[in-house]
Ligand binder design. Sequence first.
Ligand SMILES: *Cc1c(COP(=O)(O)O)cnc(C)c1O
Length: 453
Amino acid sequence: IAGLGGLRYADRAAAVLGRYLTDFSPADLRAMCEAAYARFDPAGVAPLRALSGRTWAMELWHGPTLAFKDVALTLLPGLMAAAGKALGDDRELVILAATSGDTGKAALEGFMDAPGAQCVVFYPEGGVSEAQRLQMVTQRGGNVAVIAVRGNFDDAQTGVKRLFADRDLARQLAGRRRALSAANSMNFGRLAPQVAYYFSAYADLAAAGRLRPGEKLNFCVPTGNFGNILAAVYAGRMGLPIGRLICASNRNNVLADFIGTGAYDARRPFYLTSSPSMDILISSNLERLLFELCGRDAARLNGYMQSLRDEGRYAVEPDVLCGLQSLMWGGWAGDDAVTGEIARVWQEEHYLIDPHTAVASAVLRDYRAATGDPTPCVVVSTASPFKFGRAVARALLPASEGDDFTLCRQLSELTGLPLPAAIAELPSLPIRHTARCDPNDMRRALLRALLDR
Ligand SMILES: *Cc1c(COP(=O)(O)O)cnc(C)c1O
């Protein structure tokens, strides 16, 4: 870890990834990381910003689509192409993604005009921010399609999982030399690159003398589908000295309840919140953590998942709950708390955060109040505040009116922070994608999108 301190981010990432992707040569991995992370702005891939009280924000949103999904999705297309080549597999990849707002755009941008790949994204109609929606429906590229689903993210993700399990669809595509693959964090290629930034944060703090070698560090992660925080769990299992992982949810607080009680119960109202990328009730990657916590007992894990499908709930035994609670603490923050936290952090720290990061920041304060844990902590900052202009303006400019872009311009003036070009250009781009479908009609919508090109 100390050795990582002297390396640039791309080399840190290659060093960590090399522990997983042992089929690639170190030189190839370095070249792929180099190319992917050259697409980030000069601030870097995972810079830290110091806040008061041994707390730092790790900004993961300096990539092309202004959210942390870029860290993996700038890299994944290159990894997939190299793997296909090494295996002599010349089938065209059809990349499917369900998105709660940020994965979709990052996948579209990553796979745009990639040779041998098409990318089809399903997003919940009415369930993403205006900037997120426009980022997707204005996407350029001859190999991409964007489809609105009349449902929420869970409907879209369940539908995509159903497409992956559809043997008949797989046969039809194979007949045209095509194969499905995933851009969601169900794809391990999404998780592996995310492990690297936890090491990077620790290495930066150690190199700056802020941590003694081996000293514990906490991370507080705004969580939806559980991919980001699971990458932190993996970093810990690789030896990173992590104290506690703080799992922060919005009002869709199924994870906070689960970590507190051991009972996962998705039978509850689904809320649209100001942090839409976390509006999720069925957190896909939790299954992977439970697999580890029940000693890789697949039969036991299957029991939980079967019960989730059949009854909408399951409960884990005390040994699993005990393992979970020794890794994690769960909390949640509603929209009013988020508005208050954005305003407080701006006033006290002169630092502008988006609603997802604000959920984490608010939950970290609850955690420290509840436990008195003095361990230093990194708050994982997952999106640029300008992707969620309306929610951020509600905190800083409560009297302002107008569309999201007017609000973003006003925020930029108020804070002196430049409006990112990727947001400023949105209102003037032509709309290219207008398809819509019902959740049970995603198969037909997919085939239509593939035939259209
Ligand atoms: C995807 C996303 C999250 C949630 O991350 P998971 O890996 O799904 O838990 C949080 N914040 C933002 C901005 C996101 O895009």
